[in-house]
Design a protein around this ligand. Structure first.
Ligand code: FES
Length: 147
C-alpha cells in the first residue's frame, strides 16, 4: 500500500532533529489525528534555506512526507520553498493512500509556519505566505464526522 520511496523515507527519515537558534520555527497540529509537527529552518542573509530539521509526533506517512519535504526545501529560496506543496511532496514520494493525504499537510503547514516565524522575526513580508492556522483543520470541523 505504500510506495518504496515512502517506506524508505519512513525507515530512514532525513533531517530529523532540531536547529539551535533557528531562523524560524513552526509547529502545527492535525485535529484529525492529534499529531504534531515542528519544523526548524536555518535561512541565510540571501533568503536561502541552508538547513532544515523536523520533529514529529506523527504517523509513518507524516514522517515520510516531512522527510521528503525537508529534502525538497533545503537549498531553496524562501519563495521557492513556498511552492513545495503537500501535493508536490506526495508526487515526489510516488503517492500516498487517500486516507493518509491529510498527514502530508503537516509538513507543508509547519514549513509555512516556520517561514512566518522567520518573516516576523526579521520584520519582512513573504509574498504569498498566509498567517498559519494554529490547527490545520481549523474551519473544517463541520465537515468532519469522526475524530
Ligand atoms: Fe496523524 Fe498521519 S495519522 S499525521
Amino acid at each position: 500500500m505504500y510506495s518504496e520511496k515512502v517506506m524508505d523515507h519512513f525507515q530512514n527519515p532525513r533531517n530529523v532533529g532540531e536547529i539551535e537558534n533557528a531562523s524560524g520555527v513552526g509547529t502545527v497540529g492535525n485535529a484529525k489525528c492529534g499529531d504534531i509537527m515542528r519544523i526548524y529552518l536555518d535561512i541565510d542573509d540571501a533568503g536561502v534555506i541552508r538547513d532544515v530539521k523536523f520533529k514529529t509526533f506523527g504517523c509513518g506517512a507524516a514522517v515520510a512526507t516531512s522527510s521528503m519535504a525537508t529534502e525538497l526545501v533545503k537549498g531553496k529560496t524562501v519563495q521557492e520553498a513556498l511552492q513545495v506543496t503537500n501535493k508536490a511532496v506526495m508526487e515526489a514520494l510516488d503517492g500516498l493512500p487517500p486516507v493518509k493525504v491529510h498527514c502530508s499537510l503537516l509538513a507543508e503547514e509547519a514549513i509555512h509556519a516556520a517561514l512566518w516565524d522567520y518573516a516576523e522575526k526579521n520584520g519582512i513580508t513573504i509574498e504569498g505566505l498566509e498567517k498559519p492556522k494554529s490547527d490545520i483543520h481549523e474551519g473544517e470541523e463541520e465537515e468532519e464526522e469522526v475524530y
